[in-house]
Design a protein around this ligand. Structure first.
Ligand SMILES: NC(=O)c1ccc[n+]([C@@H]2O[C@H](COP(=O)([O-])OP(=O)(O)OC[C@H]3O[C@@H](n4cnc5c(N)ncnc54)[C@H](O)[C@@H]3O)[C@@H](O)[C@H]2O)c1
Length: 367
């Protein structure tokens, strides 16, 4: 078991990573003084049906527990579902004696965290990610929120969890498609900060599809350390440090919302976004051809790009850029790689370059 501390003063917390570690959750619940409270666990049906008995071994120290089971879909990150959850929490709450537990992937984590942030102006919550993406990324850093019809994560709050508890055992039942979503974010960490991650992925191309939960330990810990460090430096995403995590997400998010989140997963959209933004960097003469080829080879070899039957309209995708959170005061900021392990933030790149790069990336996805 490995523990990484996210040092944010009075909002500091631990990220615990290990395989088959659920019984240790009881110790953390005691240590965090959550024992006197009722746990309200927000989750999806498939997670509960696969892991309920095992998971409950970690909640022995909570005074009581309740489940709120929500549909597994990006649409769950929405105002009507949030409102339903808030009302349900209120019916369970007996004079402020509840804490929330997000037991799921990024959708459940973002929604539960936001619910914890706004219910009674903030109650404790812990993140128990069950997807690879959740373990390496979304559960860490306190970005919580829901989507609007115009775009993703447009309503939200920074609200740090009390604990992130990543038990790799949950990955046993995670569908391959979802593992690939997590791999996309791992590739992102490699390209933005750490060539060693890219080396690791290149070395393990053949083994990765056969990885057992324990095989993920090293890479999950590495990514959690990177994310923790970035969050420590720029908790509120206003110093330009945390922004580098948006690599691949500017075009990725625009594509997801242009397609109305249908027929494409978050990781696939990010993979396509990373390819398009790397092509953009090359066309703007800030990324060498050999690095671009290495990035494209890695992403195609890992088979994390979407398989598109029809080309999405690049004008429609570009029109969604204006809803991007990274577009401030009319200025679009895009994170572009300058080498493997290093990125730069570029303001308002020429629209034609964005369009052409996106079209080139899409060609790799048409099957
Ligand atoms: N807050 C952040 O910093 C941040 C960062 C990255 C992504 N996100 C958000 O995360 C979301 C995507 O999260 P995700 O990729 O984890 O997807 P998800 O939460 O939709 O989960 C994917 C699917 O896997 C199922 N599942 C989860 N764990 C399982 C398990 N162990 N066994 C079997 N099935 C399981 C879920 O029920 C769901 O059907 C997006 O909404 C994205 O915006 C947030």
């Amino acid at each position: 078991m490995r523990i990484i501390n996210v040092n944010l003063g009075c909002r500091s917390y631990d990220i615990v990573v290990g395989d088959r570690i659920i019984s240790y959750l009881n110790k953390f619940i005691s240590k965090l003084n959550l024992c006197k409270l009722q746990a309200v666990v927000v989750t999806n049906p498939s997670i509960l049906s696969n892991h309920q008995d095992y998971f409950l071994q970690g909640l022995r120290k909570a005074r009581d527990y309740h489940f709120i089971v929500l549909p597994a879909s990006e649409k769950t990150k929405s105002w009507p579902v949030l409102f339903k959850v808030l009302k349900k929490v209120f019916t369970i709450d007996n004079r402020g004696d509840v804490f929330l537990v997000s037991f799921g992937g990024g959708v459940i984590g973002d929604l539960t965290g936001f619910c914890a942030a706004i219910y009674k102006r903030g109650i404790p919550y812990i993140q128990i990610p069950t997807t690879l993406l959740g373990m390496v990324d979304s559960s860490i850093g306190g970005k919580t929120g829901i989507d609007l019809e115009f775009g993703k994560n447009l309503v939200g709050a920074f609200y740090q969890p009390y604990l992130v508890f990543s038990d790799l055992k949950f990955l046993e039942t995670l569908p391959v498609k979802e593992i690939k979503n997590g791999i996309s974010e791992i590739v992102k960490y490699g390209i933005i900060t750490d060539p060693a991650i890219v080396d690791f992925l290149e070395r393990n191309l053949k083994q990765i599809p056969k990885f057992k939960p324990k095989d993920w330990l090293q890479i999950v810990v590495k990514c959690a350390q990177i994310k923790a460090q970035i969050v420590e430096e720029d908790e509120l995403d206003n110093k330009g440090v945390r922004a580098i995590l948006n690599f691949g997400h500017t075009l990725g998010h625009a594509l997801e919302s242009a397609l109305n989140y249908k027929g494409i997963s978050h990781g696939e959209a990010v993979a396509l976004g990373m390819v398009a933004e790397s092509i953009m960097a090359n066309r703007l003469n800030i990324l060498k051809e050999k690095d671009l080829i290495r990035i494209i080879n890695l992403i195609t070899s890992l088979d994390i790009l979407p398989r598109l039957k029809v080309k999405p309209s690049s004008s429609r995708v570009l029109s969604h850029l204006k809803y991007d959170k990274k577009a401030k005061m009319g200025e679009l900021k895009v994170v572009l790689p300058v080498a493997i392990g290093k990125v730069k933030i570029i303001s308002s790149p020429p629209l034609q370059v964005i369009k052409n790069s996106f079209r080139e990336a899409v060609k790799l996805c048409i099957k």
